[in-house]
Design a protein around this ligand. Sequence first.
Ligand code: SF4
Ligand code: SF4
Length: 446
Amino acid sequence: MATRPPVADFIGIARRAGIVGAGGGSFPMYVKLQAAAEVVIANGAECEPLLHKDKQLMLRHAERVVRGLQLAGEAVGATRLILSVKAKYTDVVAAVEQATVGTGVEVHTLDNFYPSGDEYVLVHEATGRLIPTGGLPRDAGCLVQNVETLANFADAVESNTPVTESWVPVTGAVREPSTFRVKVGTPYTELIHAAGGAAVSQPVILDGGAMMGRLVTDFDTPVTKATSGLLVLDTSHEQIRRRTMPRPRVERVGLSACDQCYFCTEFCPRFLLGHPIEPHKVMRSLGFVCTSREYWSEWAAACCECNLCSLYACPEDLDPKNICTWSKQEVLSRGYTFPEPRDVEVHPLAESRKVPLPKLIQRLGLSEYDQPAPYADRIIETERLFVRLDQHRGKKAAATVAIGDHIEAGSVIASVTSDDLGCPVHAPCAGRVHEVSEDVITIELQ
Ligand code: SF4
Ligand code: SF4
């Protein structure tokens, strides 16, 4: 039996294995392991409407998630380990309860609301603690990691296995919504084909889901370690129309139609946790210039871009989320820093303003797609993999292979220097390097 590496090696292992936030964040795990934490929370909330890959993962590999949680707890010196899952998934709750027997891990069940997976919200739900404004979970003594990330960590520590695969649900306007475990670098077109093909005439993809995903029209886009799910919709769908509205029009309509009703602020999850964010005030910035505009823009600095204000709260279908995002970028680029951390206080109506997922799905016009995407236990064939070099936050990895090289599955094909934030990239399969560009290594499978 292989000897388990010492705890002191865990940070290096996480880096060498290329582990990044698999829930979409793509932040390198090794950085998070460098700070001590009293509590580690496994984030199995998966609150993006219609995406259920964490559910499928936990149903099949609950013990790997629990193991990863224990190992992460050892790495940061935690005294409490919490696995948060939705109470409504009774089969998942049963699977994780069985996997946690005798481990000391607490199973914490969440209501079915959005955005239960946001770190600020989850830390409060799981521990009662509040992250200070502008802070990170570590400022509340917590480390939060997605469940797939933790399963990858267990594989890295106990099997010396790097990250070369990703769990990806394909749902929405496809004939057979399914969840796949695929090689990193697989083009989206292969996944959509494996899901029975698009069921609409002009399909596009919301990569990462309806609320926080990005619009993708190039179906050759490859899967990365942080791909969390593909929602296929027709270009005529209201959610796509909203995504493609140009910024000048968003601002013009916002300026002329916002009646300061305050609904966007009333439903903002960060506002409800007591943070100084008020999107209705940020909307006022559209009508001002010079320093007045800067003042109103600062009310966006704590925005997490959850999109609830735009896609659920605003009765005029305006876009306070994007106004907040742009304002936040402006104020941060000017060197804005949050005031000294201060205690925040939860709004007395926070509980009653949680947005239930079914209501959100209805509001988004996605009810017809609210159906299971079961795990499809099959290999998706592809002739080439397109492995991106910017799969993590930080510095892009530099290729360490050249055209024509024959590579082994799991071997390092790109790396970053030890001084830079980032992770190495590994070959998802054996093959021959077909092309190396600044952004992508193309591998021909053998
Ligand atoms: S909800 Fe819409 S109309 Fe009301 S204040 Fe916010 S942006 Fe303006
Ligand atoms: S996107 Fe809107 S609701 Fe979400 S945190 Fe930002 S302002 Fe609040």
